[in-house]
Design a binder for this molecule. Structure first.
Ligand code: ZN
Length: 274
């Protein structure tokens, strides 16, 4: 977002963005021309097509959910949000959030003034949806909300939502040991490795991840870098210093917590002074 001040006026071009949703009292359902970040999609039926305000019918290609973060007009994050039953309408021009659907589902609509600007707000319990981005058009003002979509990771032809935990496939054609899957999918931790395998339709045989030589080697290298000797040892104090890391531990008999337990220290090679 171009970070406009509160007195800036917003142009109609903004309406083309995938994170700007027009609060529309005329629309009967939520719709978006962009399927970026849509999850749990199901095929649409012919009766899911939508007639837009200008009378043009737009085809719905699928129905799904849009997950993301509700933001104010300056792009500051407010809360996570999930829109259900969103029609993907590739032929439409804008994202429309159906205010009538929200009211049918139990939300209250009111107008408010925030920082000298008017906005509209839908609230249901403590959940609020704020339409604080006001765009002036020749026909009047439009109120919009900002929903930054959560991206989904592409896995082959399907999409993987990282927030959703996958369950093992029912009758997998391929079953891997967790150790083989760990090596195959990039040496991730055990839960991530399992999710990678399940997402591809692979099963994982019984047993847990055994220590991995490559991962151990990588860890050892991180710790031991400063102990690798480089040529002739230093003979005088201050001749050569090395960087090391150290952890501050509280003795068991002292009631205290260390807020910053890991320190980078400078060690003099000859004297060992830190
Ligand atoms: Zn490994």
């Amino acid at each position: 977002m171009s970070a406009p001040g509160k007195s800036a006026s917003y142009t109609v071009d903004l309406l083309k963005r995938n994170d700007v949703w027009i609060g529309d009292t005329g629309a009967t359902c939520h719709s978006t021309p962009y399927d970026y970040g849509m999850t749990n999609c199901i095929a649409s039926k012919p009766e899911d097509s939508i007639t837009m305000g200008n009378g043009v019918a737009v085809t719905t290609s699928k129905l799904g959910e849009v997950n993301g973060c509700l933001c104010d007009k300056l792009g500051r994050k407010l809360r996570p949000i999930k829109l259900k039953e969103v029609s993907h309408t590739p032929g439409a021009a804008y994202n429309l959030l159906s205010i009538s659907k929200m009211i049918n589902d139990g939300s209250d609509l009111k107008s408010e003034r925030m920082n000298d600007d008017s906005c509209i707000m839908l609230s249901r319990g403590t959940d609020k949806m704020i339409f604080d981005l006001m765009i002036k058009t020749p026909k009047g003002a439009i109120y919009c909300m900002i929903l930054k979509r959560t991206p989904v990771i592409e896995v082959g032809a399907a999409t993987m939502n990282l927030l959703k935990k996958l369950t093992p496939p029912e009758n997998p054609k391929v079953v891997l040991t967790i150790d083989a899957a760990h090596a195959m999918f990039g040496h991730y931790d055990e839960p991530t490795t399992r999710q990678c395998a399940y997402a591809r339709g692979y099963g994982i045989s019984r047993g847990s991840l055994k220590p991995c030589g490559y991962c151990d080697m990588a860890k050892a290298r991180q710790r031991e870098v400063s102990k690798i000797s480089a040529g002739v040892p230093a003979t005088k104090p201050n001749e050569r210093v090395g960087l090391d890391i150290t952890s501050v531990k509280v003795p068991n008999n002292i009631m205290a917590t260390v807020t910053e337990p890991h320190w980078r220290i400078i060690v003099d090679e000859k004297t060992g002074m830190e």
